[in-house]
Design a protein around this ligand. Structure first.
Ligand code: RIB
Ligand code: CA
Length: 308
């Protein structure tokens, strides 16, 4: 039986790669995809979700819903420098009128999350790869519904590794630290996939040349365009490598032996200032699983298998 999952994302390039991996994996049944403001504004995120679903053409159309356009507190912070103007790098995907590879849920994302969790009590794993605003709204509006989730796998944070927005804070947490605090203190069965793990898995020009470019599938071609890889110069545009942050969170659900976890409680700095959005180990509060080790080779093989 495939594991039932839903994915909350801020499509961006690595979110798109995570969606491809999830839908291509026979181990997962993706019931729903929800959008949250993050890498790019919510409208772009939601359009990108539809574009990626048009590329994937899933046999079973997932429900999709729009989520928060702003963090609970503070201001949106976009990452166009990393994900490009649209959020899909240089990839161009046209939405064909009347061709909908999804079913639109007209309520907000957090309602779809708790509704789906209630529909499959104890069976649904929520994979969150953007800021955690929708999850916090789910806790605020239907805590009992959120408690019916089997698990919550979150890409975010940096424990012993440095941050990628400030020296201390990782993007998904930094955009909405108050939401992250609510989620980490909720007592939900959480597995965190922080930069400590995701910085170990990245696409190199060599991997692109040897494993991706030769595939010539719509997915491998998308990876080349979305990551701005130049097959002539064998380089990514203004970047060494491409971190597979969000795909690793999906990989950890497909095969939990790909990651090594430790259990500890986490606190989040929600006060403005130098440490805003920083996560640190603490004694009090519910313990969560934190991924610190990765079987890099096996994960990269799994990722490439999803492009075939
Ligand atoms: O810090 C990396 C995370 O922030 C990834 O989820 C990326 O898509 C951005 O949302
Ligand atoms: Ca993301």
């Amino acid at each position: 039986m495939a594991k039932k999952v839903m994915i909350d994302c801020d499509v961006g390039v690595d979110d798109a790669l995570a969606l491809i991996l999830a839908f291509q994996s026979p181990e997962l049944a993706v019931e729903a995809v929800t959008g949250v403001n993050g890498n790019v504004p919510l409208d772009n995120v939601f359009t990108n979700i539809q574009k990626i679903l048009s590329l994937i053409q899933p046999k079973k159309r997932p429900l999709i819903a729009r989520g928060a356009a702003q963090p609970l507190k503070g201001h949106a912070l976009y990452a166009h420098s990393v994900h490009g103007k649209t959020g899909l790098g240089e990839a161009k995907i046209d939405l064909k009128k009347g061709e909908e590879w999804w079913t639109l849920f007209t309520g907000p994302a957090h309602e779809l999350i708790t509704k789906t969790a209630r529909q499959y009590p104890g069976e649904l794993t929520l994979i969150a790869v953007g800021p955690l605003t929708n999850l916090a709204l789910g806790l605020q509006n239907d805590l009992e519904g959120m408690k019916k989730l089997k698990g919550v796998v979150i890409m975010g944070g940096a424990i012993r590794a440095g941050g990628n927005v400030t020296p201390y804070a990782e993007f998904n947490i930094y955009v909405d630290p108050l939401a992250a605090k609510m989620v980490f203190e909720s007592g939900l069965p959480i597995t965190l996939v922080p930069l400590d793990a995701t910085h170990q898995v990245f696409l190199t020009p060599r991997w692109m040349d040897e494993q991706v470019s030769p595939l010539h599938t719509p997915f491998s071609n998308f990876v080349i365009e979305a990551t701005n890889y130049n097959i002539e110069t064998h380089r990514f545009k203004n970047r060494e490598n491409i971190f597979l942050h969000d795909p690793l969170a999906v990989g950890a659900v497909i095969d939990q032996t790909l990651v090594k976890t430790e259990r500890f409680s986490l606190q989040v700095e929600t006060k403005e200032g130098e440490y805003y959005g920083k996560i640190s180990e603490t004694e009090e509060g519910p313990k969560i699983n934190v991924c610190l080790g990765v079987d890099v080779e096996r994960f990269l093989k799994l990722f490439v298998s999803g492009l075939k």
